[in-house]
Ligand binder design. Sequence first.
Ligand code: SF4
Ligand code: MSK
Length: 636
Amino acid sequence: MSEQRTIDVAATQMLDKAKEIGFLTTFDRAKAQEPRCTFGNTGICCRICLQGPCRILPKKPGGNKGICGAADYTIVARNTVRYIAGGAAAHSDHGREIAEVLLSVAEGRVHDYKITDADKLIRVAKKIGVETEGREMMAICKDVASAALAEFGRVDETKELAWINAYTNEERLNIWRKTAIMPSGINLSLAKLLHQTHIGVDSDPVNIIFGGLKAALCDIDGQHLATDLSDILFGTGVPVVTEANLGAIKEDKVNIALHGHNPLLSQMVVKAAKEMQEEAKAAGAAGINLVGICCTGNEVLTREGVAIATNFATQELAIMTGAMDAMVVDVQCIMPSIRSAAECYHTKIVTTMPIMKIPGSYHFAFDEHQAVDSAKEIIRLAIDAYKNRDKSKVCIPELRNKVVAGFTLEAMYNIFRKINPENPMKVVADAIEAGEIKGVAALIGCNNLKGTHDYNHTTIAKELAKNDVLLIATGCSAQAHALAGMMNGDAVKEYAGEGLKKFFARLNAVAGLTEELPLMFHMGSCVDNSRCQDFATDLANTMGLEYAEVPYVVSAPEAMSEKAVAIGSWNVAYGNPTHVGVIAPTVGSQLVNDVVTKVAEDVFGGFFFWEPDAHKASARMVEILEERNWKNAMRK
Ligand code: SF4
Ligand code: MSK
């Protein structure tokens, strides 16, 4: 584990504060876990049945396999794909919840939600084959929501998932069909994968990995429908200007953090907060200040311009400012320890989803029929907490950086169209073909305290930008750049290579925005990695290339969650070279590791590579882009 805990100055200040008051943070807990167990670290510890844990102990007679006879490759493959199952379940269940609410809107059963982006509804309907001509909006909406829900329960294996089928080119769909990884239903595929990896079922590592890839395709399907339906319900983001870092927390206001992933209730908190400013003022505050953490933060940033407080690894530190009155959490990436941090202060922790509770916290179970009322109650709880705030404990770091975000694909096209009205993506394709930029890199994923918080994210972004790589970003990676002051026009001047600078200058001249374009386009939350893949698909179409030929790479510099494993895996299945900045627990089996880092390239054109060193990883990504460009030039 690295000695430097974080590159974030504000976070460092808060870590010192935590030390002063004796609060042990996730950084202390990460240290306490060292040294890590080699078996777990390399993936050769099996806990799939109660005879375990079994480890691979090659030097002991009988120790080179688990008790049931499972070899290292079986154990590693099973562990890996079970990560994918967890990730795909999380993303797709998020999408399903949005679909349920959209169906309620269509059937007139809820009043707090409505169709905000009707154009997107029509576009999505047309794309997935729902009839739109001469039909009522609500009838179309019902069919779209029902089509989304049908993705989950389908058991007819001759049918294919509608979303990935609609948004993926035939060339790639055929590869998935040929390799038998094209899923029919999300629930079925995930249940099958858990069955496949039960003790005494599949021991063939390649077959297990392919089962995992099928689940990974369920992950992108769930993500895509989550993105689409959220845009329909809450609007498709347009460029916004806001700020990031702990300095976005305001001493004179009631501060409420929105944290997690699912925007269903947090959108209502944003709506209610606009109406309740006076109540906060009556309590002596200057108003209500909302800030975001993790991907709920990214959702409300993209659609509402809500500032970013911090990202995954530093979530406890937002409470350490002593000025956080409530932290409202929904699902995923929420550390249970925020409750302990809150005990040091007046902060109320509010959980909002039936499957996510933290002992000792307030729970307002999400109910689509009373969402605004719940949001108002939560805000009142925060206002009450504000009254009990101990001013002597308040210590907010001064740091806040300007952020220009909200770049959904639609928002980007609006800018690109000003240069090429017929084919907006041609603006990027032309810049690549002219050698102005080398290609595109999607910077995604979490924080992982096996390294220094945010170091890999920001270092890789700087290196790639210097090498004229156009950057798109989501999740905690996007937040890392925003926190570090890299998501604005000044960062282009400071970090971009000459080609990338010229590209941005051309766009800035026509964009018509109040701010210059940032060093990377923030495309949204984790589920919005679907937007990144749509970008890559359109780039392939515009350049007349197959997926595995596109100068496009993906990097998860500090990957942590099961969802990150799922995202990385479908990226590989799409043909994208995918960097992961931690050594994956596949290295315990040479065979499995070779399958995902080498054989995958032969089959899909995409592959994983593990490289914790940010400089080496960036150099490799630049090399990959150059190689793809060179091959494309040779083919002409
Ligand atoms: Fe051990 Fe096999 Fe059980 Fe795994 S499934 S814990 S290797 S006996
Ligand atoms: S929140 S999944 S730590 S990106 Fe999407 Fe961040 Fe990773 Fe959670």
